[in-house]
Design a protein around this ligand. Structure first.
Ligand code: BGC
Length: 753
């Protein structure tokens, strides 16, 4: 009998599903290589989007096209140079996730990702594998730069705006890495052991907000285990929580590794195996034939994938241009970076500069500027403006002799790097994972005196790079290297001795130690890794063309050992052996498993509750102007709770202020942190003397904590206090409010699994 041959349309998904053979279904559940293969033989045809990380399988017979998945999150990651093709395919390197979150501005994030999503569409991809949104549990996680915050509300709201911006282009996202993937060390096999309350309130809450508010097309399950079960094979996580509790209706795909538990993944509700291997197709076929995977389970996942496919540009036959407006996007990237970076210190109004200063520009990172991190989050941009180019472009004069010195060091370091790397693919891969940051160089003896005499100001750029595959180190990374420390001391002593200022620019991807050296600087600006136009954005802020309004999305502790997870993290540990999951296990703490003993006390929840002094608190950031808060009010109504505050610009230049609303709960119920972020809002650009009333909305559910005993989120009745704050350590106004009736929000439980 001839096989039924319907062609896929948005309205005949069920009919197509019915017409599919078991082989076709299993094929669709497993990612495919982009290079076309006919009867097992590669056709030699060029892949549609070179450098894209993955694809879904094409089934020509039923009109099911291949769809393309490409990395983010700081822009689409594709191959810019293609054999036999004169055209280039560069993408815009936008600010990294941490800088976007530092804006505390969901509209800004949406504008950035509208542009980013346009590049996804115009380069022929269907899904951007982004945003990365794991919680900053520990400052040493190598991928924190891709992620947003230590706080789930800020992370969830920024992620929602990110997803809305990308998906407004008719392409999808894959929010990742779901879930509790907070370290890179042994990321493929490590077990994150977290209590149910911390899981629900901290590590899943941001994903919950994002799923409920922005309807992402896809979710990427992480590599790690969660409480003993790989997340990709975790029915409780992928089906009970994600689909039943939160109403997710898209597809779940694995992170990029072929695990042995394909059958468990299918059953758990992990629809797509990426990047896909033929053995996975066979495992699915065998398990369906043996009854281990039921037809319902198989069809449920295939149905999800078909529903996804009919939304994609590939399915709709979108004629992509391969020519997005990179110039316009570079401008968006620059504006976003300038409006998100954080002014940490500004003694005696050191900044802004007048523009006529002669600058002594220190630090190898002034040339070797870092636009983004390494690994899959690294964008292939056409250029990255460095600090020297940006300053010169803005009309500053810089000390030429000093510049030549750094150029010589840079060229030498590059020559050595090329020697090590050569063209050997293994070395290249190591470089890809580990990054290629040139370490800080020593300055010649006795040069500081005359540099201080003949220049007006010192600008020191300190740089760091990190990324996928490894965590950062405590020594020489979280802490300054001895060369960096000496540089700061010498520059500071020399310039201050002749009454000149020292400004430090932190071109970093994650938190570093600042308490021991910040007094050596008169001003400190934190642009993180700000994308290809980031150095221009720094210059905009140095000149006061943009008044800084970013605030920290995480805490800068005084010492690494103040971090609540400090000893439950593989700091300084090296794994020299490749973990072998089949070998009898030697179980290594913080490598094979990590205990999340700090529970919900992550970041400022820990520092504020336990009165621990920090170097810079969560939510902190300065401006060139000042703001006054007044008229605090909280109204509780049937539809929800509204907190309002009036913010007035009391300084002499225009500026924006991000207001944070922390809430403390009545005593007597579940143990609670001193206060928790429940909402935030940012003013428009306020002229001197101008005021704006900001409204911040939330619901009783947003105040809830998870009660493990009743398996429900619960909001206690009683007296609450709302704190209107400029940072977690700077409460400006407060208002009391009452919740008359306690509420309970039970979560989905499924005793059959
Ligand atoms: C990373 C993901 C990425 C994927 C595809 C994995 O190693 O963890 O974030 O999307 O590779 O490149």
């Amino acid at each position: 009998m001839a096989l039924a041959q319907p062609r896929l349309r948005p309205d005949n998904v069920d009919e197509v599903l019915k017409a599919m053979t078991l082989e076709e279904k299993a094929t669709l559940l497993v990612g495919a290589a982009q290079a076309k293969v006919v009867n097992g033989v590669p056709t030699g045809e060029a892949p549609k989007v070179q450098g894209a990380a993955g694809a879904t399988a094409e089934i020509e017979r039923l009109g099911i096209p291949m769809t393309i998945l490409a990395d983010g999150p700081a822009g689409i990651r594709i191959e810019p140079i293609r054999p036999g093709d004169d055209k280039t395919y560069y993408a815009t390197a936008f600010p990294v996730g941490t800088l976007l979150a530092s804006s505390w501005d969901v509209d800004l994030v949406r504008k950035v990702t509208e542009a980013m999503g346009n590049e996804v569409l115009e380069y022929g991809a269907d899904v951007l594998l982004a945003p990365g949104m794991n919680i900053h549990r520990n400052p040493l996680c190598g991928r924190n730069f891709e992620y947003f915050s230590e706080d789930p509300l800020l992370s969830g709201k920024i992620a929602s705006a990110y997803v809305q911006g990308i998906q407004s282009n008719g392409v999808g996202v894959s929010i990742k890495h779901f879930a509790v993937n907070n370290q890179e060390q042994n990321r493929e096999w490590g077990d994150s052991r977290v209590g149910e309350r911390a899981l629900r309130e901290i590590y899943l809450k941001n994903f919950e907000i994002c799923v409920r508010e922005s309807n992402p097309w896809t979710v990427m399950s992480s590599y790690n285990k969660l409480n003993g079960i790989f997340t990709q094979q975790n029915y409780g996580l992928l089906t009970n929580i994600l689909r039943h509790d939160w109403g997710f209706s898209g597809i779940v795909m694995t992170d990029w590794g072929c695990k042995v538990g394909t059958v468990d993944a299918v059953k758990a509700g992990n629809d797509l195996m990426e990047p896909g291997a033929p053995i996975e197709i066979q495992r699915i076929i065998d398990a369906v034939n043996s009854g281990e995977i039921s037809t319902d389970e198989l069809d449920r996942n295939v149905h999800n994938i078909l529903q996804y496919i009919v939304k994609t540009p590939s399915f709709k036959g979108y004629k992509y241009s391969n020519a997005p407006d990179l110039k316009a996007h570079a401008e968006i990237a620059r504006r976003a970076a300038a409006n998100s970076m954080i002014l940490l210190r500004n003694m005696d109004n050191t900044l802004p500069f007048k523009g006529s200063e002669k600058v002594a520009l220190f630090g190898i990172s002034s040339i070797d500027f870092v636009s983004g991190g390494t690994g899959s989050g690294d964008v292939n941009e056409e250029y990255t403006v460095n600090m020297e180019q940006a300053l010169l472009g803005a009309g500053f004069s810089i000390d030429e002799e000093l510049s030549q010195y750094y150029h010589r060091c840079y060229d030498k370091a590059h020559a050595q790097k090329d020697l090590v790397t050569g063209d050997d693919p293994v070395s290249k891969m190591i470089m890809w994972f580990n990054g290629s940051k040139i370490p800080e160089v020593e300055l010649p003896e006795d040069c500081l005196g005359f540099l201080a005499d003949r220049n007006d100001v010192a600008l020191v750029v300190l740089g760091r790079n990190a990324g996928e595959g490894s965590d950062r180190k405590l020594r020489d990374d979280f802490e300054l290297t001895s060369v960096e420390s000496a540089l700061l001391t010498r520059v500071s002593n020399a310039f201050r001795a002749v009454g000149k200022k020292v400004v430090v620019v932190l071109n970093i991807g994650g938190v570093i130690e600042t308490a021991s050296w910040k007094n050596r600087a008169d001003a400190i600006l934190l642009p993180w890794s700000p994308g290809q136009e980031g150095a221009n954005a720094v210059t905009d802020v140095l000149l006061g063309k943009v008044n800084p309004s970013g605030k920290l999305p995480m805490t800068f502790p005084i010492s690494y050992f103040d971090v609540p997870s400090a000893t439950n993290f593989p700091y300084g540990k090296e794994v020299n052996e490749t973990p072998n999951p089949w070998a009898p296990k030697k179980v290594r703490e913080n490598i094979d498993y990590t205990d999340y003993d700090e529970g919900i006390y992550v970041g400022y929840r820990h520092y504020t509750t336990n009165n621990i002094e920090v170097s810079y608190p969560f939510g902190y950031g300065m401006s060139y102007t000042t703001f006054e808060y007044s008229k605090p009010m909280v109204k509780v109504a049937a539809e929800g709770i509204t907190a309002t505050i009036t913010v007035t610009n009391t300084g002499s230049v225009a500026g924006r202020e991000a207001v944070q609303l922390y809430v403390s709960a009545p005593a007597g119920g579940l143990d609670k942190p001193k206060m928790e972020l429940r909402s935030f809002a940012k003013t428009a650009l306020l002229a001197p003397g101008e005021s704006q009333s900001l409204s911040m909305n939330f619901t009783p559910y947003d105040l809830a904590s998870f009660n493990e005993a009743s398996n429900a989120f619960e909001t206690a009745s009683g007296a609450y206090t709302a704190f209107f704050a400029a940072s977690a350590d700077d409460i400006r106004e407060k208002a009391a409010f009452k919740i008359a009736k306690a509420s309970s929000y039970p979560v989905w439980t499924d005793s059959s699994k």
